[in-house]
Write a protein that binds this ligand. Sequence first.
Ligand code: T5A
Ligand code: NA
Length: 236
Amino acid sequence: RRPAFMMGRGALIVFEGLDRSGKSTQAQLLARALTEGGKDVLAPSPVQRPPSDDAAGVEYVWRFPDRSTHIGQTLNTYLSSKDAEPLHPRVQHLLFSANRWERAEAIRAALVAGRSVILDRYTYSGIVYSCSLGLELDWCMPPDAGLPRPDVVCFLSVSPEVAARRGEFGLERYENTEMQRRVRDNFERLFAHTAVSDHNIHNFDADREMQAVHRDIVELVQRVIANVADSPSTSV
Ligand code: T5A
Ligand code: NA
């Protein structure tokens, strides 16, 4: 392995998709595969780990919303109980964005240090879920402008019927068929938007069994990691 000071930057890998499309599952499988591929990597954990300066080449999985921060706890209360007092959609949108900004510097620092970072949801979910509550696309995009830009976005495409059969569907606020249909339409609309259409977004048929989806993702991500090492990190 090259010493840390000679290492190129890490890749920012984002998982996106509808609820129950398998994002967390695939993020963990990917982190494990990269570890076993010979990299110096911390064991992936469903709990997010902050980066430590003493371990180069580590992959991290971070989830958004990050429910561990102050803002994240407010979002958690709101999301996890359909009875909780609703937040105004614009307030909620800004909180989700602020929650990403809370982690922006740490993500950038990890990338510069040669670590790849795997994100379980990011700006795309932020924009799309808010649009699905009725906010305008052009109002939703600016708060995220300047966040680290992904090198690849893996979009897990699941049919509503298959998603509904997966574990625990229906417990959280947005887990209903009507909302999920709007979310799906808005992802399509966002990915066609000129500000986003060149973001290296890849669609994966996530109705398939986990390992089949995983194999396709690993193949793509390994190419991405090899390519980004010598390119600068930019912003959304
Ligand atoms: N939100 C989020 C906003 O409104 N604004 C924002 O800015 C952000 C970031 C919570 C909510 O917040 C909203 C969007 C969401 O509604 P969350 O915490 O990501 O977001 O939601 P979770 O409930 O944690 O996760 P998801 O519902 O999105 O599920 P995943 O991660 O897509 O699916 P996963 O991997 O947990 O799998 C679900 C189940 O299916 C099985 C798994 O074992 C598991 O039981 N499964 C499969 N079964 C068969 N075949 C496969 N291929 C399978 N893959 C997974
Ligand atoms: Na998840």
